[in-house]
Design a protein around this ligand. Structure first.
Ligand SMILES: Cc1ncc(COP(=O)(O)O)c(C=O)c1O
Length: 398
């Protein structure tokens, strides 16, 4: 059998959905229509010279699955094409994508400026783990541009933020923060997990490196943990050759295949997640016991114009504030359809209480600075019939 020549070019792969379904895959001799799963740790080396050249990086080829794998490679190429990046690198989790990138790019004495509203795990990485290696971070209010500029020091090597943020849905003006960073020669890294590539492409807005927790919308069905880093080939190749090889936080090829299948429906799912979330955000804004709703595509949201200028739609995540901790806990205990689990981006709607779960490691002051109030409820709106979700919330709030 021969590799089909018909599929060796990507000429017609222009639209997002086309790329999400087809890019990165050229059928091998088996002509498999679905992308094959290469569940192998190692690869045959033709002879001693070939092996030595491979290990020296002088010729392309598979060395060992900690470093590259043909199934993972398709996933990496596909997500890179969706983000408009030259290359992608898959990792074992979203947190490993963030930590691997930072540990690769930084040394003791280097400094990061980060948005204080980033996901609790990223916050703890910056506050607790990286200082052990002499890497320090100044946190700023992400929406306040003057704070970004003021926090930069001669040691600042990286600007890191997430937009929209989990769980307060705060936005950072990507174009403006990138302008500030570029003027000072600082690299920008954005966690694009919540907009999930289908709704926002930070590289087109000036960002250097985009990171995802693939666990969330890229999988979309709550089955696997993984992450991905997208950026210029030079940086990605170095992270692979040095830090992925040394730290070893590679993705399982089976999970890479799950994420590939997730990408195929990403655009469709993000449209429906966003439509359902907007309907629920509108419903909650009229509900007397709800003090505040955080959803940037609500026209009443203070960052609505910014949201429209950098995102196609609002995504499935929203949060809202009820009177106090007791009301919040009562609400979570009273839902009958919506799940209480520690994840987001699933087809199933999920409710959570950040202050007592994902953000409980933050001190009271840090939690307050990140907008995590005791009455804050996070809702990852899924793909169920929205009327059923509103009915569940109505009975639980009532
Ligand atoms: C925005 C964001 N980034 C990164 C992560 C970490 O991803 P993972 O759980 O895949 O390590 C999460 C997890 O919730 C997240 O919400």
């Amino acid at each position: 059998m021969q590799t089909s020549q018909k599929y060796t070019e990507a000429k017609l792969q222009n639209g997002f959905a086309t790329k999400a379904i087809r890019s990165g895959y050229i059928p091998g001799p088996e002509l498999s229509h679905s992308e094959p799963i290469f569940l192998t740790s190692a690869y045959h080396y033709e002879n001693a010279d070939y092996a030595a050249e491979l290990y020296r990086g002088e010729i392309p080829g598979n060395v060992y699955t900690r470093i590259q794998n043909p199934t993972t490679d398709i996933f990496e190429k596909r997500i890179a094409s969706l983000e408009g990046a030259e290359a992608g690198l898959a990792t074992s989790s979203g947190m490993s994508a963030i930590s691997l990138t930072l540990l690769h790019l930084l040394s003791a004495g280097d400094h990061i400026v980060a948005a204080q509203e980033v996901y609790g795990g990223s916050n703890q990485l910056l506050r607790v783990s990286l200082p052990k290696f002499g890497i320090t971070t100044t946190f700023v209010k992400g929406e306040n541009l003057s704070e970004w500029e003021a926090a930069i020091t001669p040691a600042t090597k990286i600007i890191f933020f997430e937009t929209p943020t989990n769980p307060t849905l705060t936005l950072v003006d990507i174009r403006k923060v990138c302008e500030i960073a570029k003027a000072k020669g600082i690299l920008t890294i954005v966690d694009n997990t919540i907009a999930a590539a289908a709704l926002q492409n930070p590289i087109a807005l000036g960002v250097d490196i985009v990171i995802h927790s693939a666990t969330k919308y890229i999988d979309g069905q709550g089955r696997a943990i993984g992450g991905v880093i997208c950026g210029k080939s030079e940086i990605i190749n170095q992270i692979r050759a040095i830090s992925l090889r040394n730290f070893g936080s590679c993705l399982s090829p089976f999970d890479a295949w799950i994420f590939l299948k997730g990408l195929e429906t990403l655009e469709l799912r993000m449209e429906k997640h966003s439509a359902n979330a907007l309907a629920i955000a509108e419903f909650l804004s009229t509900y007397p016991r709800v003090k505040k709703v955080n959803y940037p595509f609500l026209s009443s949201h203070p960052q609505y114009e910014l949201a429209k200028s950098q995102q196609k739609a609002g995504s499935g995540l929203l949060s809202f504030e009820v009177e106090n901790l007791a009301t919040g806990r009562n609400l979570i205990d009273s839902v009958k359809l919506i799940s209480l689990v520690g994840n987001l981006g699933d087809t199933k709607t999920i409710i959570g209480h950040p202050a007592s779960t994902s953000h409980q490691q933050l001190s009271v002051a840090d939690a307050a600075a990140s907008g995590i109030t005791p009455g804050l409820i996070r809702l990852s709106v899924g793909l169920e019939s929205v009327e059923d979700l509103i009915a569940d919330l109505t009975q639980a709030l009532g």
